[in-house]
Design a protein around this ligand. Structure first.
Ligand code: BUP
Length: 462
């Protein structure tokens, strides 16, 4: 890299929830800000969704360079039986990073490294050693970033990592109630907790933090992070969201006929249902959703997952949904196990409501497209995100609905009631339209997010 054209190396961790915003950042820096950009690609990938996305990215944006990182065969799963395969992959990446990242950075003459939050505590020392500035990209909400930055301070003040976790008051941001704290954090030995705390502690050692957020959606959190009031000596924070989708149209032919089907539906008539790329719903809950979708009379597009990792998902839709379901809803509803281009779905005028698990990318896509959300968080940071949606006013969150580990299955009637209310909620629809406008302003020329990204690039020029 030269001062005029910095070479920025991006180092994502695993899972589409991380890869998607990293690829959006790569293109924003490369096409939008004329940087040299390399994307570290850890192989083999966990899911085929990741493989397809990576291939499509490099095909569509040849200016983005590819730095393959071949992971040593490392069976972290035997140490963490039953752990989420994506968290196991973070662990494998974390263990390989001290050895493999240095040569990659040196070989690329990197001007700066942008490491995924899941790799922060292992990547920062490698970059430091090579005197390469290291930034951390936080792929979730500003609210969650403030929580993560503050959580180690909270632990230290409350008896340390072994102590039980209660409500957490993040200074200047909000109280995160015990019930919204990622379930794993209640267990200090959980693989996720160890990584979470180590990365949270490492944030102060980064040269800066990027977050896929903008002020209008999370005013308190963004202000507190930018103002430095969350924890002492946090580095500069760049709020650069919502990062713009790439429309890679991955494997378009395989994706079935949802595009043509959407084109044929009336405006704002379709309920889009998706719980993200990394957890399948319980079988009973899938049946209950199916019962509701069949009874409610609404048009719907439903992305169903039968397993955590798509490669392991061998079950038939008819087994998941019950015999004859698809025939009975034919024409009115479409169910797919394949990947859909979600941003394109949300941008479609036929879509009127998004029933969402509130993964942060899904939330930002709903916001950017002005689609109201019925929030149904299930695990990790999703309840914190659901609160952001409800507070910003572009969706509703039924807090009592169960999340991972809770037994209660939400019944069809209860779902129906909430969806009908949400579809008819004029205030929420208006708020969604104004959040969309705010998002557009933030990323337009002269907008706050556009300026933050430009400032980040200036710093990379050194
Ligand atoms: Br499923 C699915 N098509 O069919 P989140 C997801 N996506 O484009 P998650 C599709 O994957 P984490 C599909 O638009 C979003 O950009 C979706 O990220 C896209 O949730 C991304 O919403 C999924 O953050 O990841 O997958 O649960 O837990 O890491 O947030």
């Amino acid at each position: 890299g030269t001062a005029a054209t910095p070479h920025i190396v991006l180092f994502p961790s695993a899972g589409m929830g991380h890869l998607v915003p990293f690829t959006r950042l790569a293109v924003a820096l490369s096409a939008g800000h004329c940087c040299d950009v390399s994307l570290v690609t850890a192989l083999p990938t966990v899911s085929s969704a990741e493989s397809c996305h990576i291939a499509a990215l490099f095909a569509a944006f040849p200016a983005v360079r590819r730095l393959d990182l071949r992971l040593a065969p490392l069976d972290a799963s035997s140490e963490f039986p039953g752990a989420d395969p994506f968290y196991v992959r973070y662990e494998a990446l974390r263990r390989s990073t001290p050895l493999l990242l240095g040569p990659l950075l040196a070989g690329a003459s990197a001007s700066a490294l942008v490491a995924d939050i899941a790799l922060a505590s292992v990547a920062i020392p490698v970059a430091r050693e090579l005197r390469v500035p290291c930034y951390v990209f936080f792929t979730a909400s500003a609210t969650m970033l403030s929580f993560k930055a503050y959580f180690p301070t909270y632990l230290d003040a409350n008896g340390g990592a072994g102590h039980s976790v209660g409500d957490v008051d993040v200074p200047g941001v909000c109280r995160v109630p015990r019930s919204s704290i990622p379930q794993a954090l209640h267990d200090p030995d959980d693989i996720f907790t160890r990584q979470f705390v180590a990365n949270g502690r490492a944030l102060v050692a980064a040269d800066g933090l990027l977050v896929n957020a903008f002020e209008a959606m999370e005013p308190e959190a963004v202000a507190a992070l930018l103002g430095g009031s969350v924890v002492a000596s946090l580095p500069p924070v760049f709020a650069v969201g919502p990062l713009m989708p790439l429309n890679l149209r991955e494997a378009a032919e395989e994706q079935g006929n949802y595009r043509a089907w959407l084109d044929a539906q009336p405006p704002r008539s379709v309920v889009y249902v998706s719980f993200g790329s990394r957890k399948a719903l319980a079988r009973d809950q899938i049946r209950e959703l199916a019962a509701w979708l069949e009874a409610c009379g609404h048009r719907f597009l439903w992305v169903v997952k039968g397993a955590v990792v798509d490669r392991d998902d061998a079950c038939e839709l008819s087994d998941l949904l019950g015999e004859g379901f698809q025939r009975r809803v034919e024409g009115r509803g479409l169910v797919t196990k394949s990947w859909v281009e979600q941003d394109e779905v949300l941008r479609h005028p036929a879509v009127g409501l998004f029933v969402s698990h509130c993964g942060w990318n899904s939330v930002t896509e709903a916001a950017a497209n002005g689609v109201p959300v019925l929030a149904w968080p299930r695990f990790a940071d999703q309840r914190v995100n659901a609160r952001v949606v409800a507070r910003a006013g572009f969706g509703v969150w039924v807090e009592r609905w169960s999340w991972e580990g809770e037994e209660a299955v939400v019944g069809a009637e209860e779902i129906a009631e909430q969806v009908v209310a949400a579809m008819g909620d004029q205030a929420v629809a208006e708020k969604a339209a104004s959040v969309r406008d705010e998002a557009a302003r933030a990323v337009a020329d002269g907008g706050t997010s556009q300026q933050s990204l430009a400032e980040f690039v200036r710093r990379c020029r050194g």
